[in-house]
Design a protein around this ligand. Structure first.
Ligand code: FER
Length: 304
C-alpha cells in the first residue's frame, strides 16, 4: 500500500526536517563566515605599491639553471595525535654540511600543504631568484595549517571546527613542526633564521603566530590576510618592544580584495605606533597572482 505522505503525520515529519535544516543553516551563519566580508573598499593615499611588480617570467620554470628539490615528509603531531604532512623545499646546491635559515610558508582556507604548488610553482620563483643571486639560500617548509585529524580541504572549509584548527596550528607549529624540521634538517636555530609568511588564512596565522612569538620569528609576512587576523592592538600590544625585535614585517593586499580593511587596519596601527613595516597594495583581488608576487618580494628581503 502506498504510504500516505500528505497526512498529518507526514506533514509534521516534513516540518521537523525543515526546522532541523533551518537550524543547521542558522547555526552555520552564526559560527562560520562564508565568503569574504562585503563592505566597501576605501583606499587611502598611502595604499600604494612599495615595490614594482616582479618581472615577466619570474614564476616560470627555467631549464638552464640549478633547481631545488621539493619532498613530501611526515612528522608526528603530538597536538593533533596524527602523522601530518609537510612539503619541504631545499635550495639548489643543498648540502647537509651547510646550515640554512627556514621560511615557514602557509596556505589559505581552501587548501593544504600543497596549495602553493597547486596554483603556482613556488620552487620556480625561488630557483630563479637563487640563479640571479637575489635570495639567501633557504629551506622552505609548507605545512598543513588546519591542525585537526581530518586536515583535508574538503567539505565546508568555513566550518567552526576547521576555523579552530587553523588557530590550533599555532601549537602544532611551535611544538611539533619546528622541532621536527630542526631535528632533521641542517638549519640555523635562532629567531633571525626563522621567517613565517602566508596568504589569506595563512596570512592571518603568520601575523598572529609571528608577532605573538617574536622570540621565535624575526621575519613576518601577511599576504591578503583573512579575518582570522587578531586585532592590531592584540597583535602588537608593545609597539616599541616589537619594533626592536622585528627584522621585517611585510603586509600586502590587492586593491580589489574585499578583505583589504583587515590589512589596512594593521598597517594604520603600525604606522601610528611607529612600527617599521612594508605596506604593499597592488592592483588585483584575492588570488595566487598576488601571492606569487608577494613571495618574490618577501623572499628577497629575508635573512639579510
Ligand atoms: C572570511 C573570508 C575569507 C574568512 C576567511 C577567509 C575566517 C579566508 C580566505 C582564504 O584563506 O582564502 O570571512 O573568515
Amino acid at each position: 500500500m502506498k504510504k500516505n505522505t500528505t497526512g498529518k503525520k507526514g506533514l509534521f515529519k516534513n516540518l521537523r526536517i525543515q526546522v532541523l535544516f533551518f537550524c543547521i543553516v542558522f547555526a552555520n551563519t552564526l559560527t562560520a563566515q562564508p565568503g569574504p566580508p562585503r563592505g566597501p573598499i576605501v583606499l587611502a593615499a598611502d595604499d600604494t605599491e612599495a615595490f614594482p611588480h616582479a618581472p615577466a617570467g619570474f614564476d616560470k620554470k627555467r631549464e638552464n639553471i640549478m633547481h631545488g628539490k621539493t619532498d613530501s615528509v611526515q612528522y608526528d603531531s603530538k597536538i593533533v595525535g596524527t602523522r601530518r604532512k609537510l612539503l619541504i623545499y631545499t635550495p639548489p646546491g643543498y648540502s647537509a654540511g651547510k646550515k640554512y635559515p627556514v621560511l615557514y610558508l602557509l596556505h589559505g582556507i581552501g587548501g593544504t600543504e600543497r596549495e602553493w604548488y597547486k596554483y603556482a610553482e613556488p620552487d620556480a620563483i625561488l630557483d630563479n631568484l637563487y640563479a640571479e643571486k637575489k635570495i639567501v639560500p633557504m629551506i622552505v617548509v609548507f605545512p598543513n595549517g588546519r591542525a585537526m585529524k581530518n586536515d583535508a580541504d574538503t567539505g565546508n572549509v568555513f566550518s567552526r571546527e576547521k576555523m579552530e584548527a587553523f588557530a590550533n596550528f599555532e601549537k602544532d607549529l611551535l611544538n611539533d613542526v619546528i622541532p621536527f624540521v630542526e631535528a632533521n634538517y641542517p638549519v640555523i636555530k635562532d629567531r633571525e633564521s626563522r621567517a613565517i609568511a602566508g596568504f589569506s588564512m595563512g596570512g592571518g596565522q603568520s601575523l598572529n603566530f609571528g608577532l605573538g612569538h617574536l622570540d621565535t620569528f624575526a621575519w613576518i609576512g601577511g599576504f591578503s590576510s583573512a579575518p582570522n587576523t587578531k586585532k592590531p592592538d592584540e597583535l602588537v600590544p608593545d609597539p616599541a618592544g616589537a619594533a626592536k625585535k622585528i627584522k621585517l614585517l611585510y603586509l600586502s593586499c590587492g586593491d580589489k580584495d574585499g578583505l583589504i580593511s583587515i590589512s589596512q587596519g594593521v598597517h594604520r596601527y603600525l604606522k601610528e605606533n611607529k612600527v617599521p613595516h612594508i605596506w604593499q597594495v597592488i592592483a588585483g583581488s584575492h588570488n595566487m597572482t598576488m601571492w606569487v608576487n608577494d613571495l618574490y618580494l618577501f623572499s628577497q628581503r629575508i635573512f639579510r
